[in-house]
Design a protein around this ligand. Structure first.
Ligand SMILES: [Zn+2]
Length: 291
């Protein structure tokens, strides 16, 4: 994905990791191989590896720059975080921060970090280790978190086992931001300005939000994990194994697909593999994702 331009607003992405996903039947428990293969004409090669018979995915953040603000949407797995349940995330040493700097953005220039939700692969770079303490990476940023999301993880703690588990991410990547006074708890009505508003999309997690971006006559949705993989445009009923509220996640996803099909809105999800950006278009009974 090259830089997207919406009038005087630009959107870039920071890719932490990219490659083949898990066994589809593990990650999308309701999925079938036939269901994926029925959509090959638009899924392959970007989002499905025909030989490996599995899906492709990325872990990425978005950097939005307006004349007034530098805004980060989600912060991936992070640097040197203890994530033993997920070998690919454990003590990860990625180029994520270098990519941000290469765009000409220093950590102190980031004004907002918008958290779509608080899973471990979305909050990691919220903090980094300084003198043995997990410290906010962006010293001048407000970290925006939906209050339903925070309440849930405060009560819930680490809920999952195995790959993709939280592994203490709330303690090392969320609490330090709250303790530093940099967290801003918001409801559905939060907006930074006319450019950024929230689109509540609960279900994957109880306070999951997408970010609606409108500028220069264009519309993009920074979709977080409302959609994990483009297949869910055709199969909104297939949850990921990490959808906390399964029925609500399905209903929200179906609504999301219906609301954005054939509208021209660009969808920027957290895990869609390169080339990442595209639109939802009608395709008979099942929509498709057009890059
Ligand atoms: Zn995720």
């Amino acid at each position: 994905m090259r830089t997207l331009q919406f009038g005087d607003v630009t959107v870039d992405r920071l890719v932490e990791t990219e490659g083949l996903g898990y066994d589809p039947a593990f990650f999308f428990p309701e999925s079938t191989l036939e269901g994926f293969e029925q959509e090959l004409d638009w899924l392959a090669p970007h989002f499905w590896d025909v030989e490996a018979k599995t899906y492709r995915r990325a872990i990425q953040s978005y950097v939005v720059r307006t004349p007034h603000h530098v805004v980060l949407v989600d912060s991936c797995v992070g640097h040197m975080k203890e994530r033993p349940s997920t070998p690919g995330w454990h003590r990860l040493d990625s180029t994520w921060l270098d990519q941000l700097m290469a765009l000409g953005v220093r950590p102190e220039q980031v004004d907002y970090v918008l958290c779509t939700h608080l899973h471990a692969d979305h909050v990691g770079w919220n903090t980094r280790l300084v003198d043995g303490r997990w410290t906010p990476t962006f010293p001048n940023a407000k970290y925006v978190i939906h209050r339903d999301e925070l309440r849930y993880w405060e009560r819930q703690g680490d809920a999952n086992e195995g790959p993709g588990s939280e592994d203490g991410c709330f303690a090392d990547s969320v609490l330090p931001v709250i303790e530093a006074g940099q967290a801003v708890l918001v409801g559905n009505d939060f907006a930074i300005d006319d450019t950024f508003t929230l689109l509540p999309t609960p279900g994957h997690s109880p306070g999951h939000v997408c970010i609606d971006l409108r500028a220069g006559g264009g519309h993009a949705v920074l979709a977080g994990d409302a959609l994990h993989h483009p297949i869910q445009v055709a199969r909104p009923e297939w949850n990921s194994r990490f959808c906390v509220e399964p029925d609500r996640a399905r209903a929200t996803r179906r609504r999301f697909v219906e609301a954005h099909a054939d509208t021209g809105a660009l969808i920027l999800a957290a895990h869609f593999a390169t080339p990442t950006v595209g639109r939802i278009v009608g395709n008979g009974a099942r929509c498709k994702f057009q890059v």
